[in-house]
Design a binder for this molecule. Structure first.
Ligand code: NI
Length: 393
């Protein structure tokens, strides 16, 4: 079973929705125009629409031929990023400083494409919940939807997600059972010393030198403190201190992120950061205050649903184009919160071998979602509903 022919017939419309969304990117919890567009389309196709979960979330309730009590959820993220777009094509961002650089415009358009087909054909029994989620980037809109009662209001027995993947050829799909994307934590270390004239450092306590030692020491959390079999990343991404040439500042601030798959490792990494930062600061006569936050948990695909997702993917693109044992990735994804609440599976859909039409990675100012793959993604959603919620006859 290849792509769904009926969906291919309105590929041009899916592309038009996608480019319209691309031209009007909206960021976390401000996806009002996007939500209006989604809700308008769903209503136009006779799908029951619920709005307001996580402020701008939209859930479409699509009934099959009979209600047999079976229910699954399909989730698309709708938000854009704070990036100034570098592209010059006609559908480039009209909102300065905001951009769909992660392909969530494509994710939204593909789920709309599937919704239109499923509303037209209703070739399934049970209920499909079409979950359009705000604020995937940084702000955890998926967590907010779950906290605000997503699965109490829409009791899906399983929930599915997907993400386009630059670097994976068009027509290929990757799936992984078990931990597939890492947990993401953030940390902030404020090093307090004592400011002084730069010509007389002996009269102060230099937080720049202390913070520099902390940056170096944090590298040992991975190289000397972690079992070589475990997967841990510690990255210091910000180092702020001082305002001028001839003053030793009183304070330095470090910020960064850690990635792990096991909750126990996240706890140990936090303890290591606190001990190293505190100990090094103290040894130098300063102080370090550490804030550590757990942002997104690891994304873990359940076994039954992953096998189903891989089988359906194989029906759409051919089993030989499905990598059913893909490597895990160190990126993180707030669909993990939905997978903590319900079993399910999150797959990767090839966006093009060269990293998309422009050879770009996600979050790059020249990135664009590849419209060629929209029919594949929408067909996957449609076949997933028809397979997970089969008709009785
Ligand atoms: Ni994304």
């Amino acid at each position: 079973m290849p792509i769904v022919n009926r969906i291919a017939e309105f590929h041009d419309e899916i592309t038009a929705w996608r480019r319209d969304l691309h031209a009007h990117p909206e960021t976390a919890f401000e996806e009002r125009r996007t939500a209006d567009l989604v809700a308008g389309k769903l209503a136009e196709w006779g799908i029951e629409v619920h709005r307001g979960l996580a402020t701008t979330g939209v859930v479409g309730v699509l009934q099959g031929r009979r209600d047999n009590g079976r229910r699954i959820g399909l989730r698309a993220d709708m938000d854009a990023l704070h990036i100034r777009e570098a592209n010059a094509f006609a559908h480039r961002s009209r909102h300065d400083g905001k951009m769909h650089a992660c392909g969530h415009d494509g994710h939204t358009a593909m789920l709309l494409g599937a919704a239109r087909y499923l509303a037209e054909t209703r070739n399934f029994d049970g209920t499909a919940y079409l979950i359009f989620q705000p604020a995937e980037e940084n702000e955890g809109g998926g967590r907010v939807m779950v906290e605000e009662g997503l699965f109490e209001k829409f009791p899906a027995e399983a929930v599915y997600g997907l993400h386009n993947k630059p670097g994976l050829p068009v027509g290929e799909i990757a799936v992984r059972t078990g931990p597939a994307m890492a947990a993401s934590d953030t940390f902030e270390i404020t090093v307090s010393g004592q400011g002084t004239h730069a010509a007389m450092p002996d009269l102060g306590i230099d937080p720049v030198v202390i913070a520099s030692q902390i940056v170096t020491a944090l590298q040992t959390i991975v190289s000397r403190r972690s079992d070589a079999i475990d997967t841990v990343v510690v990255s210091v991404t910000q180092f702020h201190a001082g305002d001028t040439w001839n003053v030793v500042p009183a304070e330095a601030v470090l910020r960064g992120t850690t990635r792990t798959f096991k909750p126990a490792l996240s706890e140990r990494v936090e303890a290591d950061i606190r001990r190293l930062a505190g100990g090094i600061a103290e040894a130098n006569g300063g102080r370090a205050e550490v804030r550590y936050e757990r942002r997104y948990p690891a994304l873990v695909n359940s076994e039954t649903e992953s096998l189903l997702a891989a089988r359906v993917a194989g029906e759409v693109v051919g089993a030989e184009r499905v990598d059913a044992a893909a490597d895990p990735r160190m990126g993180s994804e707030d669909f993990a919160f939905m997978l903590q609440a319900r079993p399910g599976c999150y797959i990767w859909l090839g966006n093009g071998a060269e990293g998309g039409p422009d050879g770009c990675t996600l979050h790059n100012p020249s990135y664009d979602f590849n419209d060629e793959i929209a029919v594949i993604g929408a067909s996957y959603w449609a076949k997933l509903v028809e397979t997970a919620l089969p008709k009785a006859d």
